[in-house]
Design a protein around this ligand. Structure first.
Ligand SMILES: N[C@@H](CCC(=O)N[C@@H](CS)C(=O)NCC(=O)O)C(=O)O
Length: 353
């Protein structure tokens, strides 16, 4: 009798234990990246090997560009110190493996959000920070004014990119033959183009404008008006840690929100005194939104104070594209908006079950 009576109790205890254990391991699993970052003392951030405006290292060893600054924004949010970043330069081929194998905590490297990078590679894009598109550069002496005149060309293209596939699609769709000259790094691709190994250099238009300026005579090259693809670029994480995904995603959105509200590194002290509810929530004067992700209430204030605004820094990039005749509607990099930092339901907040 006592055995029978104890069985449901044992089962209930076992169930309860399993629940507690799974909740505890879930907590641990979900906080793994943030904990690893805190233990290490830096954010390991995958960047490019050198793309002007996105991530490029100066001779003095200083990284600049919006992707590099986004790495710094996470360090600011976590450590209140934007210098706590380990930059890991990666080629296009290497970047996703580096993320999968946990060599880096996030990839902030002009990477296009595509379906299979999520469904096949087990990665997750945490929003967009620049709407790009693929462009084509040719020597001015060829007197070409449209990509539709490029049939029979040799094209220098970087491997492991969406660029390769778009190139094939565009030439196929327009019934034009071409020969791809595949190269591993952007530097090699540009050198090959300059050395005459190909007639066309193709890459994301934003990067291409930077490359054109790197050539020995920029005015000898034209970027053609056609943008042959959509490249929504943004930071990427693994799918195994939703807390970290939220931290990266909401840092991206919050920076957009701050910029839209006119809050910059210069105006942050003034903004902290703002009576506006949405500004108070964003900067942690009201609510505890940062704490809900394992950070502090003032995480956005930290980011803005130490790193400032990203999109303003993109203006030269964007201006170059517009000056080169790229229609504004194809490049709405500065026209995006963030997502609100606010309670689940303003009057009756929902709670986790
Ligand atoms: N956005 C595209 C292209 C990214 C890409 O790797 N582009 C090249 C050409 S601009 C690049 O960034 N090269 C710099 C490097 O290899 O570090 C993608 O995600 O596949």
């Amino acid at each position: 009798m006592s055995g029978l009576a104890s069985r449901p109790a044992v089962r209930a205890f076992a169930l309860l234990w399993a629940l507690v254990a799974s909740l505890a391991s879930g907590e641990r699993a979900s906080a793994q990246t943030l904990n690893a970052v805190k233990e290490r003392g830096t954010v390991a951030c995958g960047v490019s090997q050198g793309v002007v405006g996105f991530s490029i290292k100066s001779e003095a060893g200083e990284w600049s560009g919006i992707d590099a600054d986004f790495c710094r924004a996470l360090a600011a949010a976590i450590f209140n110190d934007a210098t706590k970043v380990t930059f890991v330069p990666l080629s296009a081929d290497e970047r996703f493996r580096a993320l999968q194998s946990k060599q880096i905590d996030l990839l902030s490297r002009n990477s296009s959000w595509t379906m299979s990078r999520e469904t096949e590679l087990g990665l997750a894009f945490a929003g967009v920070n620049f709407y790009d598109g693929q462009g084509l550069m040719v020597r001015r002496a060829r007197n070409i004014s449209s990509a539709l005149e490029l049939g029979g060309s040799k094209v220098c293209v970087q491997t492991g990119t969406t660029t390769e596939l778009n190139l094939r699609d565009y030439f196929q769709a327009n019934g034009m033959a071409y020969e791809a000259v595949p190269l591993t790094t952007a530097d090699e691709a540009l050198k090959a183009y300059e050395a005459g190994r190909c007639d066309v250099r193709t890459a994301d238009a934003s990067a291409l404008h930077g490359e054109r300026l790197k050539t020995s005579a920029p005015n000898d090259h034209d970027i053609l008006p056609e943008i042959i693809s959509k490249e929504p670029l943004g930071p990427v994480v693994r799918q195994d840690d939703f807390q970290w995904f939220n931290i990266v995603k909401w840092t991206n959105f919050a920076m957009l929100d701050a910029e839209e509200a006119g809050i910059t590194s210069q105006t942050i002290d003034e903004a902290l005194k703002s009576p506006k509810p949405e500004v108070r929530r964003l900067l942690g004067e009201e609510g505890n939104f940062g704490e809900q992700m394992g950070l502090t209430r003032d995480w956005v204030a930290r980011v803005i104070r130490h790193v400032g605004e990203l999109r303003r820094k993109l203006r030269p990039q964007r201006r170059r594209q517009i000056e080169a005749g790229h229609p504004a509607r194809d490049q709405p990099a500065l026209d995006q908006w963030g997502h609100p930092v606010c309670p689940a339901g303003p009057l009756s907040p929902a709670r986790r079950p």
